[in-house]
Unconditional design. Structure first.
Length: 402
C-alpha cells in the first residue's frame, strides 16, 4: 500500500506533466498560426495582393480565420474575416443547394426536360430531339455554351448600372428569334456527352429554380440558407449587404495595381453571391457535414449526398473527362487532379477558393480582392498549397492533443 506522501507526489508529478504537455501543445498550435501569419504577410509583400481573407476548417469545425492586408488600400481599411466580397463561381454551390432544396420539396427533378419548366424553349439546333436536364446544367454537360467575348462583354455591369432581367436575357440568348441568339451558343456535342463549363447554363438553372419556387433566387436562398445559418453579411446583390463592409476590388497590370468599380451580373446565379469568410465557413461546413451546422440543418442528408455525389463513372461519363482528374457533383467538382473537392471562383478583382480534401477532414477558404493576369494565376495556388500544409499541421496537433 502506497504512503500518503507517495500518492501525493504521484499526483503532483501527474498534474505537472499534464500542464507541461498542455502548454507544449498550445504553444505548438500558436507556432503554426504564427507561421501562417508570416507566410501570408510575406506573400502580400511579394505579390502585390491587396487583401486576403482565410479560414481553416478541421473535422467540420472552424478552427482558425483571419484577414491580411487591406479591404480598402486607399483608406487603409484592413481585410478581416467579416469583410464582404463577391465570391465569383463559388456562388454556383449556393445555386446548387437551392436546386437541391427544390428537389427535396418536390418542385424540381434533376432529370426532367428543362423545357417542361420554361416559358420558352431551349433546343440545341445540332440535336433538336435531345432533352436537356438540370443534372446536365449542374455538371456542365448540357451542350449549352458561353459564347466569348459576348459573355464577358455583355453580362457584367459596373458603376451601379443594372443588368437586364435574367429571364429576358436567357430568352434572347437561347431562342432563334432572340437578339443574342447564335448557333455558337450551343456545342456540337449531344447533351450529356461532353463537359464544357457554362456560366450561362448555371444562370439558366437558377432561373428554373425561380420559376418553380415562385421566388427570386436571392429570396429563396435567404429563407432556406442565409437566415437559418445566420449569414448576416451575405446577399445576391449590392443592395442586400452592408456596402461599408464590402472590399474594394483591384486588378494588377505588371507592377501597377489599380482599383476597379464594383459590378453586378446579368447571370447572377453563376457568380453573384457576396459574403464574408466567416459567413461562408458556415455554409461550407454544412456541405461537408451532411447539411448540418451545429443544430441547424438546411438540407437532408440524402439530399446533400446526391448534391456531392460523383455523377460520372466509367459507364456514364463525358467523352472528354478522365475520372482520375475530374468528377462532378451538382455545381460541385473535384479539383487539383481530383485531390480536392469544392469550388473555386474567378472574376475581375476576385479570386476565391472553397476546397476540402476528399475525406472532408480539412477545408480551406481563401478570398483575394486582387486579380492577376492568367500567367500569374499560379500565385494563388501556391498560397492555397501553403495554407493547406499549415492546416494539415494543425490537424496533426489536434490529434496529438486529444
Amino acid at each position: 500500500m502506497k504512503s500518503k506522501f507517495a500518492i501525493t507526489l504521484s499526483l503532483v508529478i501527474h498534474f505537472l506533466c499534464q500542464n507541461i504537455s498542455g502548454q507544449s501543445q498550445t504553444n505548438s498550435a500558436k507556432d503554426i498560426k504564427a507561421s501562417i501569419d508570416s507566410f501570408l504577410e510575406k506573400k502580400i509583400a511579394e505579390t502585390g495582393i491587396v487583401g486576403i481573407g482565410a479560414a481553416i476548417i478541421i473535422d467540420k469545425n472552424l478552427v482558425w480565420e483571419k484577414g491580411y492586408g487591406y479591404a480598402d488600400r486607399e483608406n487603409k481599411i484592413p481585410f478581416t474575416p467579416s469583410t464582404i466580397m463577391n465570391i465569383a463561381s463559388i456562388s454556383k454551390t449556393f445555386t446548387g443547394a437551392c436546386i437541391m432544396k427544390a428537389v427535396e420539396d418536390g418542385k424540381l427533378s434533376l432529370d426532367e426536360d428543362i423545357n417542361n419548366y420554361l416559358p420558352f424553349r431551349v433546343v440545341n439546333p445540332n440535336f433538336p430531339n435531345e432533352k436537356i436536364t438540370l443534372r446536365q446544367l449542374a455538371t456542365h454537360t448540357s451542350g449549352l455554351a458561353d459564347r466569348y467575348p459576348f459573355y464577358t462583354d455583355s453580362t457584367y455591369f459596373h458603376g451601379g448600372n443594372k443588368p437586364e432581367p435574367l429571364g429576358e436575357f436567357l430568352k434572347n440568348y437561347f431562342t432563334p428569334e432572340g437578339k443574342y441568339y447564335s448557333k455558337n451558343n450551343f456545342l456540337k456535342s449531344k447533351p450529356g456527352t461532353y463537359r464544357d463549363y457554362s456560366n450561362i447554363g448555371a444562370g439558366l438553372a437558377g432561373y428554373i429554380v425561380e420559376l418553380r419556387t415562385g421566388k427570386k433566387l436571392n429570396e429563396y436562398a435567404k429563407k432556406h440558407i442565409f437566415k437559418p445559418l445566420n449569414m448576416v453579411d451575405t446577399g445576391w446583390s449590392l443592395s442586400e449587404i452592408n456596402i461599408n463592409k464590402h472590399a474594394k476590388l483591384y486588378k494588377k497590370h505588371g507592377d501597377v495595381i489599380e482599383p476597379i468599380q464594383l459590378y453586378e451580373q446579368t447571370t447572377y446565379p453563376d457568380g453573384g453571391i457576396r459574403t464574408s469568410v466567416n459567413d461562408l465557413s458556415k455554409f461550407f461546413i454544412c456541405l461537408l457535414n451532411d447539411g448540418k451546422y451545429g443544430n441547424t440543418s438546411i438540407l437532408k442528408k440524402k439530399t446533400i449526398d446526391e448534391m456531392l455525389r460523383f455523377q460520372f463513372n466509367e459507364s456514364n461519363k463525358p467523352e472528354n473527362v478522365k475520372l482520375d482528374k475530374l468528377n462532378s457533383g451538382i455545381f460541385w467538382a473535384t479539383k487539383m487532379g481530383a485531390t480536392r473537392i469544392g469550388h473555386n471562383g474567378s472574376d475581375p478583382g476576385v479570386r476565391t477558393f472553397m476546397l476540402s480534401d476528399t475525406n472532408k477532414e480539412i477545408g480551406i477558404l481563401l478570398f483575394f480582392n486582387t486579380s492577376f493576369s492568367e500567367k500569374e494565376e499560379g500565385i494563388f495556388f501556391e498560397i492555397y498549397d501553403g495554407l493547406y500544409k499549415y492546416a494539415s499541421d494543425l490537424k496533426k496537433e489536434k490529434v496529438t492533443s486529444r
